[in-house]
Write a protein that binds this ligand. Sequence first.
Ligand SMILES: C[S@@+](CC[C@H](N)C(=O)[O-])C[C@H]1O[C@@H](n2cnc3c(N)ncnc32)[C@H](O)[C@@H]1O
Length: 283
Amino acid sequence: MNYRHSFHAGNFADVLKHAILARILQHLNGKPTPYRVIDTHAGAGRYDLGADDALRTHEWKDGIARLDRSPLAPEVEALLAPDRDTIAAIRAEHGAAAYPGSPWFCRHALRPFDRLIAAELHPQTHAKLAEALARDGRGKALAIDGWTALRANVPPKERRGLVLIDPPFEEKDEFETLAQQFIAAHRKWPTGIYMLWYPIKDSRAVSTLIDEVQEAGIARLLRLEIDVDRPAAAGGLSATGLLIANPPWRLAEEAQTLLPALTERLAQGQRPRYLCEAIRPDG
Ligand SMILES: C[S@@+](CC[C@H](N)C(=O)[O-])C[C@H]1O[C@@H](n2cnc3c(N)ncnc32)[C@H](O)[C@@H]1O
């Protein structure tokens, strides 16, 4: 376990992931019934973009700093509002260099009767997560393996909510593990919303994941990807994706507005690209 999200917080991949996470939470809040979020690889909850780790990579400069530069088109800003609102709230509480991790997005969105279970295995990161969720009876920070947390907590008793699966992709077989664990969880709870994050370094790994998920009979899927065309010489990630199962019904349409604008704002080369693909049972 060498991965530390503090080196990458607020980068272009976080910008996409958190904009979509904030939209899903907004949709969940659109109905009065309680829900639960299960965040299997939760991270620290709150990051300091002025701290050594973030300053060593400066990844946030090509991520959230670009979003901060100026507002996007009004229809894009309308969709980004829950994302911007969460970031403004953490800055108001913790200063201008603060950036929220996924559990903080949840904490900000949850209503008094909604719940969050956040698993984080790395001891120091877990301590930060526990602090970020302290004095908030709605969220629980578990110092356990995220896959164990997933198996133990689906289906949640609310029978409504979101599973966020955002592993570090340190292991060679992490795509395979992601597919297996997601398919097993989906069998136990086929109606939950699932959001899987993945890096795109090898497009075959992504198509294998999608094939395996479809072969398992999981049919209501939304695949969202952006490639910022980072020059190879610069190293690091250029493309990232989200696979969402049982997406809220307007999310695909919203992504068609959000992704082109985010891709243009986050582009690092001449040929950025995005993909919004709704995969439905009838093909
Ligand atoms: C990509 S980061 C999570 C970022 C977070 N979801 C966010 O959006 O702010 C992955 C996290 O998983 C943690 N981790 C690694 N292996 C784990 C495991 N087996 N179970 C739970 N957490 C793990 C790492 O310490 C790291 O903090």
